[in-house]
Ligand binder design. Sequence first.
Ligand code: PLP
Length: 343
Amino acid sequence: MNLEEILRRNIQSLKPYSSARDEYTGEAMVFLDANENPFNQPYNRYPDPLQRELKEKIAVMKGCNSSQIFLGNGSDEPIDLLFRAFCEPGIDNIVTIDPTYGMYQVAADINNVEVKKVKLKEDYSFSADELLAEVNEKTKLIFVCSPNNPTANLLDKKQMIQLIKGFSGLVVVDEAYIDFAPGASLLPEIEKYNNLVILQTFSKAWGMAGIRLGMAFATPEIIRILNKIKYPYNINILTQQKALELIGQEKQKDEWVEILIQERDKLVGKFQDFPFVVKVFPSDANFLLVKMYDARGIYDFLVEQGIIVRDRSKVVLCEHSLRITVGSPEENEILIEKLNDLI
Ligand SMILES: *Cc1c(COP(=O)(O)O)cnc(C)c1O
């Protein structure tokens, strides 16, 4: 892949905003360069625009180099920035699977970029050849999501590699749920493929949806482009501090993941026994997609009981299905008790 060739011309020639913290990095006795208020430390200071300390820690944890990491205000930020860097509004297009995470379509719509969707197979697997068949000279990005939301399954690694090898634009693999599928991440492959972007997040396994921190992993060349067009101070001090603290507690995250996987598997067994359940789809994530005889009826009943799940029955290939997040053991017990009342 030739990155220059797929990059938008205006982004290539863009002169990015240069902040005080870009122009002088390092320690000093007195900082009088950013019109900050000297009082109310440490929140008076602008945050590190490149989040160097945090990236060093993430690099160690993920076994990559900090130059291969972009941090965003949730995964939503790198998703939007990829469109803005590579897709010419009204001209270029992207290819993705259907159904999948709704943000790719929304980001495409905001940027006036066409989305070519390829329906998954009945078993929710995908074919690299079918996606590649949709590619034309205006296709700049392919988005896949693994484990996929809302279908909950990991996508086949061989097919993904075939996709990456067969495409001359960027393949973006959204791994928001990868912690629930141990050993399956494609992150190490960024060493081999210069057109691969991996998205991960602190929102799910790490229990930090509220601090808004998403990660993109790719070649330093791609990361530099995202850095060039992001808001200068996109990750605030509170988020950077909390994330630094959290990364020191990776064991806690691993414990949560273990509990949630156990709970997920328990819920599968319970759901399969309900007479109103048609099918529980296999899950590699922290949620279950469950096909029911009367999905809307069950949804409404649960709302009345104060339990909110996601009705996905209008989504292609998810007819009659609810998406149910795995909660705490107590929450899951309440859910099962209430559903027991139905039989
Ligand atoms: C939840 C989710 C995310 C997380 O987005 P953030 O902006 O990082 O909170 C990303 N991708 C998918 C597919 C998700 O389901």
